[in-house]
Ligand binder design. Structure first.
Ligand SMILES: [Zn+2]
Length: 62
């Protein structure tokens, strides 16, 4: 299923270099989608949850 940009109504491109931030924490680059026209980025929310819980575990393990 192709994702569409809500604004431009064009198909977004799959990319793997989306930069995520959680509070002041910089997370590893994520796979997601970027609109080739306006540059808005979409990410798989499940992937984000995984990344955030991994980051939380890292912090708790300190
Ligand atoms: Zn767009």
């Amino acid at each position: 299923m192709a994702w569409m940009c809500n604004k431009c109504k064009v198909e977004v491109e799959e990319v793997d270099d989306i930069q995520l931030f959680f509070k002041d924490l910089s997370l590893p680059e994520a796979t997601g989608y970027r609109c080739p026209q306006c540059g808005v980025e979409y990410i798989d929310s499940e992937f984000v949850v995984d990344q955030l819980s991994a980051a939380e575990q890292m912090l708790e393990g300190k």
